[in-house]
Design a protein around this ligand. Structure first.
Ligand code: HMG
Ligand code: MG
Length: 286
């Protein structure tokens, strides 16, 4: 058996949030249920965010209510503030994620506040989560490049990642939001972040805009990362990152890792079935 690498499926959230067509709840539920059969341990289902900011995620509670939970799967959702956190708890999510950025421009465009204020706003969410024993994951966006501010220095990523870890996030996911990272810039960023967050508490979250995500995953494996966020069918993008293409496709990463001798625990046929469904949703003909 090869060494274990976990693929964290984020397609229903990061994938679908950017689709222009308002996808019916039933289609979203069907996708999550298909993913539940594929062997993931964690699936990011939706976001409890302002529907004015991301209309596609306005049905978060309905999606959560409709899915068939598979044993052993943790169903996750984004929650940027207490309002989102409380709605997530009511909807029965197993873990939430707060999401910050390493660049001021993206932080303001995505969550309407600068970095320092965003960290302050996450604190009440952390406290509320701690009170009910809910695990919280932290995201850092724009870990090498920002669509608004340009290149991002590794120290800026380390500061935000370290702050999220220090406030209690059990894992910090490092987002190459616009897929502009290269193996060298990803490696340099990871060296800085690994000084402040243990490497086994880090995840790589790479968009594939320029077709470099697999190379960036290889650089991250080299640095010791063993968790990667992906989206079936390469769905996705971010509504506040112009030009961001989809997340790296789950099926491509699963095949790549298998070819490299890593064990993902995924049923590749079930992943392919979910990917076909996801691609149909993107084309608007599912
Ligand atoms: P704001 O406008 O500053 O917030 O937005 P506000 O507190 O002033 O509230 C404005 C309105 O939104 C109010 O409604 C609130 O009730 C409502 P009104 O009184 O006008 O009718 N509201 C909410 N409604 C439902 N759920 C909530 C919620 N919060 C407020 N949780 C805010 C600040 C953070 C809310 C907003 O900017 C927002 O929702 N942003 C989310 C953006 C987003 O989801 N982006 C995509 C996810 S991040 C991403 O994709 C990157 C990632 O994949 C990693 C990577 O690739 O880099 C994670
Ligand atoms: Mg993303």
């Amino acid at each position: 058996m090869g060494e274990r690498v976990e693929i964290f499926e984020v397609g229903p959230r990061d994938g679908l949030q950017n689709e222009k067509r308002l996808i019916p709840v039933t289609e979203k539920i069907a996708l999550v249920d298909a993913l539940s059969r594929a062997g993931f341990q964690r699936i990011e289902v939706t976001s409890f965010v302002s529907p004015k900011w991301v209309p596609q995620m306005a049905d978060a509670a309905e999606v959560m209510a409709g899915i068939t939970r598979a044993p052993g799967v943790r169903y996750a959702a984004l929650a940027p503030n207490l309002k989102g956190f409380e709605a997530a708890v009511t909807a029965g999510v197993d873990e939430v994620a707060i999401f910050g950025a390493a660049s001021e421009g993206f932080s303001r465009a995505n969550i309407n506040v600068g970095i320092a204020e965003s960290l302050e706003r996450f604190r009440p969410v952390m406290e509320a989560a701690r009170a009910v024993g809910m695990p919280v994951r932290g995201y850092v966006s724009c870990v090498t490049d920002c669509p608004h501010d340009g290149p991002v220095v590794p120290g800026a990523v380390a500061r935000v990642a370290g702050a999220l870890y220090a406030m209690g996030c059990y894992e910090v996911s490092l987002g190459d939001t616009i897929g502009a990272g290269r193996p060298e810039t990803i490696a340099a960023m990871l060296r800085a972040v690994a000084d402040v967050v243990p490497v086994d508490r880090l995840a790589g979250h790479y968009h594939d805009t320029k077709g470099r995500a697999l190379g960036n995953i290889d650089a991250s494996l080299e640095a010791g990362l063993r968790v990667f966020d992906t989206a079936v069918g390469g769905l996705g993008g971010c509504p506040y990152a112009p030009g961001a293409a989809g997340n790296v496709a789950t099926e491509a990463v699963a095949r790549h890792l298998a070819a490299r001798g890593f064990e993902t625990g995924l049923d590749l046929a079930a992943v392919e079935a979910a990917a076909a469904m996801a691609r149909g949703m993107r084309d608007g003909d599912a």
